[in-house]
Design a binder for this molecule. Structure first.
Ligand code: MRU
Length: 356
């Protein structure tokens, strides 16, 4: 999938405006950290790894706009920018992971001048973005080994090139299968309320010419019970140390029905999505979004005006429903507390080796 959802050009953060797809393909420029935080909040850009890279570029922007003349003052500005960016969306840990990496780099970088530090921050944001694509390719390769030729896969939300910097996580596994010549077919959950499946995943898979059918979310149980699904695969916004997975609302229901029908359930995540600081999914903050996402579709009301609405954007799937968690460092199996820690350590060791 030849799409880069986030990049830097002429001192601006460039984002594919995902709110306009599939109707229009528009790349918009954001030139202040406030504008970048707003783009994350309003879901111009969405998907955990994509908002992570966007947050990193937001930190670089903050450095270039800072009036600081010494390092300590620049660090203060960066801390303020981090707080603003992190608050934009609370569930995906990739956002604070990326802004923390940017800040840590600024605190430690052996550079002489504030100007050199600004350039180093942009280089770090570019590295985060480039690494994301490379990580997804490795993750896709590991995941493809789990998928048999001829498989019917059920996919939730959008986890492709749009949700990352490029290639994708769960969709990356699907692209890797296709590259290997496996004949696969994808059931694409529409993913109410924002329809990331119908609008974005269907767009990506049709461009990639991968056989698929779009389904209403409510069709998934029927397909599983009637033997038409070989595996359920999705991404995640945060994985707790015990393997509990927070992902787009509706994921939990899929995993429970899959278990009932003996179907494997795979979560595909970069190790930056694993949060070893949280013991279980109960500690993951769940974002609530506005009522109009539920009451309106493309501006058209589908419910009575003033109806009370509850709109949690994510749910937590307990780890007992997850067959395996696919990462760029390999496939993690239960007990997840052990396998996830090993994957995180392997990723850290790889990064240290690269920077030497
Ligand atoms: O609200 P969104 O569209 O940002 O939610 C995205 C998801 O839930 C994805 O499944 C998750 O971020 C993984 S993307 C590789």
């Amino acid at each position: 999938m030849d799409v880069r959802s986030v990049f830097w050009r002429d001192q601006k953060v460039m984002l594919i405006d995902q709110r306009l797809l599939p109707g229009q393909f528009v790349v918009s420029a954001f030139d202040t950290v406030e504008a970048v935080a707003g783009a994350i909040r309003d879901m111009v850009v969405r998907g955990a790894p994509a908002i992570g890279a966007t947050g990193a570029y937001g930190m670089a922007l903050a450095a270039f706009h800072s009036q600081a003349t010494d390092r300590e003052a620049l660090l203060d500005d960066l801390r303020r920018a981090k707080a603003l960016l992190d608050a934009a969306r609370p569930t995906a840990v990739n956002l604070s992971w990326a802004t923390s990496r940017m800040l840590a780099m600024a605190e430690r970088a052996p550079v002489a001048s504030v100007e050199a530090l600004r350039r180093a921050l942009l280089a770090e944001a570019n590295a985060i973005a480039d690494e994301d694509v490379e990580i997804n390719r490795r993750l896709g390769f590991h995941g493809a080994a789990l998928i048999k030729d001829g498989a019917n896969l059920l996919h939730h939300c959008n986890t492709g090139a749009l949700a990352t910097v490029g290639f994708g996580t769960a969709l990356g596994v699907i692209y890797a299968c296709a590259e290997q010549g496996k004949r696969i077919h994808v059931w694409v959950d529409e993913t109410r309320p924002r329809l990331q499946g119908a609008r974005l995943t269907a767009w990506e898979l049709m461009r990639a010419e991968i056989p698929m059918h779009l389904i209403a979310d409510n069709a998934a149980g029927h397909l599983m019970r009637t033997g038409q699904v070989d595996a359920v695969i999705f991404g995640a916004d945060r994985v707790a140390a015990n393997g509990d997975v927070a992902n787009k609302i509706g994921t939990y229901k899929l995993a429970v029905v899959a278990r009932e029908n003996g179907i494997p359930v795979y979560a595909a995540v970069p190790t930056s999505t694993i949060d070893l600081n949280l013991a279980s999914g109960d500690e993951i903050p769940i974002e609530e979004r506005s009522a109009d996402e539920v009451t309106h579709i493309d501006g058209v009301a589908i419910a009575p005006a003033g109806v009370p609405v509850y709109n949690p954007a994510f749910d937590v799937t307990p780890h007992r429903y997850i067959t395996a968690i696919i990462t760029e460092e390999g496939v993690c199996y239960p007990p997840f507390d052990l396998s996830l820690r090993r994957a995180k350590e392997a990723a850290e060791a790889r990064r240290r080796e690269k920077s030497m």
